[in-house]
Design a protein around this ligand. Structure first.
Ligand SMILES: [Cu+2]
Length: 388
C-alpha cells in the first residue's frame, strides 16, 4: 500500500517537469508582444514619468522579494524532501523569533522605503499647477464622447474655443483639466501623460497633463474612457495632439474663426437647409454668412457642478469638423464616405441608444437615424467637408 503511493507520487514528476519547462517559453513569448499604444510604461511627460518611476521601483523590489521567497521555498523543498527508505523523523520546530521578527522588520522597512516616492508622487500629480502659462480646459464627459471648452482661448466677440474628442495642447505647458460628467461616471485616461481620473456627474475633478514633445500630425497620443459607462464605452476615445508653441497658436486662431455659411441658392445651400432643419437640434456650429454676420446655430446648453458652469451640448460642435482626423469619439477615420455611412445608419458603426433620446429632458444617448435620402446625405457631407 505504502509502496504504491510512493510509486504513484514519483510517476507524476516527469509530466510536471514537462509542464514546468513550458513556463519560461510562455513568459518569453509574452515579452515579445511589445507594448501597445496605450502603455503607461513609455511615458511622454514628467507626470507620467513620475508614475512610471514608482512602478519601476516597486517592480524591482517585488521581483527581489519574489525571487528570495521562492528561492528559499524551493531550496527547503529540495533539501528536506522525502527520500525512499528514510524513516527518520525530522527535527520538530515550534516557531523562530529570528525568522518572525526578521520577516516583519524586513517588510516594514521595504514598505516604508516604497512609501516615500509613492506619497511624493501622489502629492505631485494632485498639485494645482501655477503660473501664467497654465492652460485651463473644461472637460465634459458624455455618453459617449468628450466635450472640451478652452476657457482661456476666446475670440474677439467672446466666444470660447469648443471642440470634441481631439484635444490639442502645447508642448511643455501644464494643461489643467477641470472635469465633470453630463450623465454617468466616466474616467479620463491618457496613459502616456498621466494616470486616470474619474469624471463624475455633479462633481468636479481635475487632472494635469504635461507633454514633452510635439506629436506627428497623423500620430496623436491615444486615450480612452476608463470607467465602464454603458453601451459604447469602448468607443469613447481621446486623441491628444501636441504642438510646439507656434503650431498651437495657429490651431487656436483657426478654431476661433467661424466657418462659412453657403450663399442662398448655391449647390452647398441644399446641404445647409437640411443641416439647419435637422442637425442643429443637437449640434452647434458657428458660421459667417455672405453678409459677414457671425451666428452660432444650435442649442447652447450648460450644467453646473460644484458651482462651475460646464458646456453640456447634445452633440459635438461641428464648426471645424473636418479639421479633425476622426469622428464618433476618436473611433473612426474621418472622410466623406465614412461620414456618409455614419449619417445613413449611425448605429451600424457605433452602438448607441438614440431611441432613448429625450431632448426636452436634456438627454441624448446617440446619433439618430435621420432617414435622409442618399442625395440629401451627399449634400450634407459636401457641406461638412467645407468646415475645416
Ligand atoms: Cu465613459
Amino acid at each position: 500500500m505504502g509502496e504504491a503511493i510512493v510509486r504513484a507520487r514519483y510517476q507524476t514528476t516527469p509530466r510536471l517537469g514537462r509542464l514546468l519547462r513550458v513556463v519560461p517559453v510562455i513568459l518569453l513569448l509574452a515579452a515579445c508582444s511589445g507594448s501597445g499604444p496605450q502603455t503607461a510604461l513609455e511615458p511622454e511627460g514628467p507626470i507620467a514619468r513620475d508614475i512610471d518611476g514608482v512602478w519601476d521601483l516597486v517592480l524591482m523590489l517585488a521581483t527581489f522579494v519574489f525571487v528570495l521567497v521562492m528561492g528559499l521555498l524551493v531550496w527547503a523543498m529540495w533539501r528536506y524532501r522525502e527520500r525512499p527508505g528514510d524513516e527518520t523523523e525530522p527535527k520538530q520546530l515550534h516557531g523562530s523569533s529570528v525568522i518572525e521578527v526578521g520577516g516583519v522588520v524586513f517588510s516594514v522597512v521595504l514598505l516604508a522605503f516604497i512609501s516615500v516616492p509613492t506619497v511624493r508622487g501622489l502629492l505631485d500629480i494632485r498639485a494645482v499647477p501655477e503660473g501664467d502659462d497654465v492652460l485651463h480646459i473644461q472637460v465634459t464627459g458624455h455618453q459617449w464622447w468628450w466635450e472640451f471648452e478652452y476657457v482661456d482661448e476666446t475670440a474677439a466677440d467672446g466666444r470660447t474655443l469648443i471642440t470634441a474628442n481631439e484635444l490639442h495642447i502645447p508642448e511643455d505647458v501644464p494643461v489643467y483639466l477641470t472635469m465633470t460628467s453630463a450623465d454617468v461616471i466616466h474616467s479620463f485616461w491618457v496613459p502616456v501623460l498621466n494616470g486616470k481620473r474619474d469624471v463624475v456627474p455633479g462633481r468636479v475633478t481635475n487632472l494635469t497633463l504635461i507633454a514633452d514633445n510635439p506629436t506627428p500630425p497623423d500620430e496623436p497620443i491615444p486615450g480612452q474612457c476608463a470607467e465602464f459607462c454603458g453601451l459604447a464605452h469602448a468607443d469613447m476615445r481621446i486623441k491628444v495632439h501636441v504642438h510646439d508653441a507656434a503650431g498651437y497658436a495657429a490651431w487656436v486662431d483657426e478654431q476661433l474663426l467661424p466657418s462659412e455659411q453657403p450663399a442662398p441658392e448655391t449647390a452647398l445651400d441644399a446641404g445647409w437647409q437640411t443641416f439647419n432643419t435637422l442637425c442643429t437640434a443637437c449640434h452647434q456650429v458657428t458660421l459667417e454668412d455672405v453678409e459677414g454676420e457671425v451666428t452660432t446655430h444650435g442649442p447652447e446648453r450648460y450644467i453646473t457642478s460644484d458651482d462651475i458652469e460646464f458646456r453640456s451640448s447634445f452633440g459635438p460642435n461641428l464648426t471645424h469638423l473636418f479639421s479633425r482626423d476622426t469622428f464618433g469619439s476618436g473611433t473612426f477615420t474621418l472622410d466623406a464616405d465614412h461620414l456618409a455611412e455614419w449619417i445613413d445608419n449611425p448605429e451600424s458603426l457605433k452602438p448607441m441608444w438614440a431611441d432613448r433620446n429625450d431632448l426636452a429632458n436634456g438627454r441624448v444617448l446617440g446619433m439618430p437615424d435621420l432617414g435622409l435620402s442618399s442625395a440629401q446625405i451627399e449634400e450634407v457631407v459636401d457641406l461638412l467637408e467645407t468646415w475645416r
